[in-house]
Design a protein around this ligand. Structure first.
Ligand code: SLL
Length: 272
């Protein structure tokens, strides 16, 4: 076997990516496109953003690193209402920009460079155009009040992105050399691009730019809080169950006593 076809045993290399979409309302100043309401971009990108974002909101998330040393091609299968729904993107940026009126599932297939000798992976992303559920402040406290005006900036842009780590376990020898030569930029501690009125990257919404270690910590804290809450609920149910067991034992005893008393009464009433 030549060294070119060897796998590196016991080694895993991971590469962070994001996939998803950004969407903007087509503005009143722009030329209309039929009944289309939004311009959107679906993409596979690096999770880390460039230091300076462009002005195009569809480019506001990730994309700072080149990922073409391991991704060769990405196909995006759009809704059948689009002409040529299968879009094949053979060089970076791996993305499709379109206009439309509706949300639907996009099937994304990532093909790796030949050196990787890996099967393509399939992902599904639900194209998101609308920022629902609407933010709580837009819902009136009193149901008889008229609905509050939703400020235009809150509707556009909308961001819906998923963080993913592609793991190459036991990579091919030449591919391992390629990976070692192109390290991903580490995620920053905090998002360098901060918050805007945009929907919706991350649990707190409004973040643009990139995924950060803080977001990972927040996710961990949320999971831990949920775990603690579940433990408390389990304990409460256990106590309730123990209470029910006690009640059952008490009722059983009362029943036995009543049955014994009835039997005694019946036997004493029986004529000799
Ligand atoms: C819906 N099930 O009803 C979805 C389908 C399809 C969206 C949404 C493009 C149309 C065109 C377009 O926005 N399709 O090119 O005319 O919401």
């Amino acid at each position: 076997m030549s060294s070119g076809t060897k796998r590196i045993r016991g080694v895993s290399v991971y590469r962070p990516i994001i996939y998803g979409n950004s969407a903007c309302l087509i503005g009143p100043g722009e030329p209309p496109v039929g009944d289309h309401t939004h311009r959107w971009t679906v993409a596979v990108r690096s999770a880390v953003a460039p230091a300076v974002l462009t002005r195009d909101p569809n480019q506001h998330i990730g994309g700072g690193d080149d990922i073409s040393h391991f991704i060769k091609k990405v196909t995006f299968k759009l809704h059948d209402t689009y002409s040529t729904p299968l879009r094949s993107i053979e060089s970076p940026p791996f993305e499709v920009t379109e206009t439309g009126w509706g949300e639907f599932d996009i099937h994304i297939k990532i093909f790796f460079v030949p050196e990787a000798n890996e099967k393509p992976i399939n992902l599904t992303h639900h194209l998101k155009l609308h920022p629902w559920p609407l933010a709580p402040p837009t819902i009136p406290a009193n149901p008889s009040d008229p609905p509050l005006e939703i400020p235009e900036p809150l509707l556009s842009p909308v961001h819906a992105w998923q963080y993913e780590e592609i793991v190459f376990s036991e990579p091919m020898d030449p591919f391992y050399t390629i990976l070692l030569g192109k390290q991903p930029t580490p995620l920053p501690k905090s998002n360098r691009h901060g918050k805007t009125a945009a929907y919706l990257l991350g649990p707190n919404g409004g973040q643009v730019g990139e995924f950060s270690l803080d977001m990972e910590d927040e996710e961990g804290a949320r999971l831990e809080a949920a775990r603690q809450k579940t433990l408390v609920q389990i304990e409460a149910l256990r106590e309730k169950l123990a209470g029910h067991d006690g009640e059952i034992a008490k009722l059983k005893k009362e029943l036995e006593e009543a049955q014994a008393a009835a039997a005694a009464k019946a036997s004493s009433a029986t004529p000799a």
